[in-house]
Design a protein around this ligand. Structure first.
Ligand code: FE2
Ligand code: FE2
Length: 351
């Protein structure tokens, strides 16, 4: 969430959004040591090269998770690499920050329509505001996966709910920004596969006005090195406040990834385009949530705070929900290139 993020503590809890306690875990949980994290990840790579646990989709098949978070490459991947010439065109659907119950209803209620209109092969959503406007819970993440979401990206509200901390380590397909500290729970890249096409997803967070432990640009390079032989396409979610950082990252990665999409401000920009090197780019996709509020917050509460400069308890808006997304199509036979990117602004109404 954007400029109102400093007011997190006053946001309404929306217990029905967050009610999942089944994954409540050790309150003292602290990864603490980056080395320990890397070791655990290595174990998981060995034991679980192609995990395919929960989640299906309405198209009757599901994206398969490939490898672990870091550095693995199995025999099946080598085989797939030899098929590069036959790499089919794919369609990626990326939805901007899902905000609260209204955003979840808008997304889930629009999936049939989105599938009918765009036939996405992969569905990636930013879920950093999915639980009551702040953060996400394991229960909500599972609901999104079950509905057919392939990968969930996050941002500055990643750790709002403690019950999600362990889940971020357990579930490969939910990403927190890769340039957080290595000691923080979770991971920032994953690879999913459908129909022989491997999609790598990278989540990054800007360094201007946001608390990111490490620099986004160098971590982007590290993530691409990690994915070098593991992904036919790469989608990067750059969660950032400053437009300059997102534009800069687009240029930095042009020709090296399929798409760089911006999130966090909740307001879509009108600059979707294919950069000269073939990378699809947009500064901000917008949000999947109630457009009748102020970036997802009830507008009377947000305006009162701005007017009075006094604390105001915030609730997520329910008024005028929309899905704001982009559809990216890739050319047949070309790795990490896009041929089109189009914004989707879909009024969702109330189910
Ligand atoms: Fe957000
Ligand atoms: Fe954010």
């Amino acid at each position: 969430m954007g400029p109102l993020h400093e007011l997190d503590e006053r946001v309404e809890d929306e217990r029905d959004d967050r009610g999942d306690k089944e994954h409540e875990q050790d309150p003292a949980r602290c990864r603490g040591q980056g080395i320990e994290r890397e070791d655990r990840q290595g174990e998981q790579d060995e034991l679980d090269p192609a995990r395919d646990d929960d989640g299906g989709d309405a198209r009757g098949h599901r994206a398969r998770l490939l490898g672990g978070g870091r550095g693995s490459c199995g025999a099946s991947l080598v085989m797939l690499r030899s098929m590069e010439d036959a790499l089919p065109s794919v369609t990626l659907l990326f939805c901007g920050d899902v905000v609260g119950a209204a955003g979840r209803r808008a997304l889930l209620g629009s999936l049939d329509s989105l599938r009918a209109d765009h036939a996405p092969d992969f569905l990636v959503v930013n879920g950093e505001n999915a639980a009551g406007g702040l953060g996400i819970t394991p229960k909500i993440a599972r609901e999104l996966f079950t509905a057919g979401v392939d990968v969930i990206t996050l941002g500055n509200h990643t750790y709002r709910h403690q019950e999600v901390w362990a889940y971020l380590d357990e579930e490969e397909r939910i990403l927190r920004p890769a340039n957080f500290l290595r000691s923080q729970p979770g991971h920032g890249t994953c690879v999913v596969e459908r129909g022989g096409v491997r999609l790598g997803v990278v989540n990054l967070q800007g360094n201007l006005f946001l608390d990111s432990g490490r620099t986004a640009f160098s971590e982007a390079d590290a993530a691409l090195h990690e994915l070098s032989n593991r992904a036919d396409h790469v989608l990067v979610d750059m969660h950032a406040e400053a437009t300059s950082e997102k534009v800069g990252l687009g240029w930095h990665l042009d020709g090296r990834v399929t798409a760089v999409v911006g999130t966090h401000t909740h307001v879509p920009t009108a600059d979707a385009r294919i950069l000269p090197g073939g990378t699809a780019y947009i500064t901000d996709v917008g949000m999947t949530g109630a457009r009748g509020g102020v970036i997802g917050v009830k507008r009377e509460q947000a305006v009162r705070q701005m007017l009075t400069r006094m604390p105001v308890r915030f609730e997520t808006s329910e008024e005028d929900p929309w899905v704001q997304a982009v559809v990216i199509r890739t050319p047949r036979g070309k790795r990490r290139r896009a041929e089109s990117i189009a914004a989707v602004h879909l009024p969702a109404g109330r189910p």
